[in-house]
Design a protein around this ligand. Structure first.
Ligand SMILES: [Zn+2]
Length: 180
């Protein structure tokens, strides 16, 4: 099974277009609500980043976020859970835990798709939603005229997009903007 890169990019762009988001920072919480999700924050162990719960009878979707995490990480978690919500419809409950850098999910229903593929897809969806290529192209072009080092540019962009420098660096590497 492979990550559905084209579909994921199209879905993220569709969400941004439908709700009129044209620049960073992407209002991830508003988008989640407009897509029918309710955000619930709570203190949780550090290795629990979030979950998405569908309540079939009520037609409601709840996205849980660990309130102890940094605001930027919470934003990424919301994007990640939205990815599961839109891309992995079979699951009623999906919990994201992290052990030693790996995202592991607890499944209450068997899925034929691989666990890691689902996680990669949810991460890619969050990245496409929070750091769309079209936005980055414009902002990188603006930054290139300033006399800034690569680190300074990443620092400024991360602030503007309200994402962690780590998430932004991964994104720019994925897009081929950073030497590996
Ligand atoms: Zn996940």
């Amino acid at each position: 099974m492979l990550v559905r890169r084209k579909l994921i990019r199209e879905q993220a762009l569709d969400v941004l277009a439908r709700f009129g988001v044209k620049k960073a920072p992407v209002p991830i919480e508003r988008l989640a609500e407009q897509l029918g999700a309710r955000i619930v924050r709570g203190k949780a162990p550090d290795n629990l980043s979030g979950f998405v719960l569908r309540e079939p009878n009520k037609g409601a979707v709840i996205i849980g976020v660990n309130s102890a995490h940094h605001e930027n990480r919470q934003r990424f978690t919301i994007g990640h859970e939205l990815g599961h919500f839109l891309l992995h419809k079979g699951q009623q409950l999906h919990v994201d835990r992290q052990w030693g850098g790996y995202q592991v999910k607890l499944r209450d229903e068997q899925s034929s798709r691989g666990t890691n593929i689902d996680e990669m897809e949810a991460n890619l969806f969050a990245a496409e939603l929070l750091m769309p290529i079209a936005f980055l192209d414009v902002d990188l072009a603006k930054l290139s005229t300033a006399q800034l080092s690569a680190d300074e540019q990443i620092n400024k962009l991360a602030e503007q997009y309200k994402v962690s420098e780590q998430a932004l660096t991964l994104r720019l590497t994925y897009l081929g903007c950073i030497e590996q």
